[in-house]
Write a protein that binds this ligand. Sequence first.
Ligand code: AR6
Length: 183
Amino acid sequence: MSARLEVVQGDITRERVDAIVNAANERLARGGGVCGAIHAAGGPEIARECATIGHCPTGSAVATTAGDLPARFVIHAVGPVWRGGRSGEADLLAACYRRALEVADEVGARSVAIPAISTGIFGYPLEEATAIAVGTVRRAETAVTVVRFVCFDDATAAAYRRALDRPATGGRGGPDPGPASPG
Ligand code: AR6
């Protein structure tokens, strides 16, 4: 089954969903951006669990408590740093969305809120990133019923709406699922 997709503008830390996704880094360290906001609002329990887990490779995701947040879980998903587009960024970003939904399934989350991973401090171009996010989530086989793309600013919300307006198959929408081809 595939999830219903929504776009909203606002602060992801306020979302009343089963799980919110964090745009994390490989060390699972408290950073800036949405990650800083999640740690600030959720309290120290999140950082404690992150420290116990210790590491998450780019393109993957891990779950922790959501601490004081209304959500039950934070899924820390590590998107790629943008290095110009020829370093496997598209495959890694798609993998990170796929893995975030797999982790949601593992913890039994049915509603999930996701920020625009990699498009802030990590510098991923917005139009490409939102196309990959929507294309990957649309194709995911998951028990999650609602995926809400939570956008901090107008430009991000507009990019998601354009991505959602494009047809579900063919054309843009990110790389095909499955193993990445070498080179
Ligand atoms: N709610 C929703 N979206 C937000 C919020 C919020 N409260 N705050 C920011 N955004 P970024 P990245 C948007 O930089 O590019 C951290 O230091 C923001 O406007 O948070 O994946 C991590 O620890 C942008 O659209 O994440 C990593 O080291 C989007 O969230 C690194 O930054 C993602 O921007 C990850 O960088």
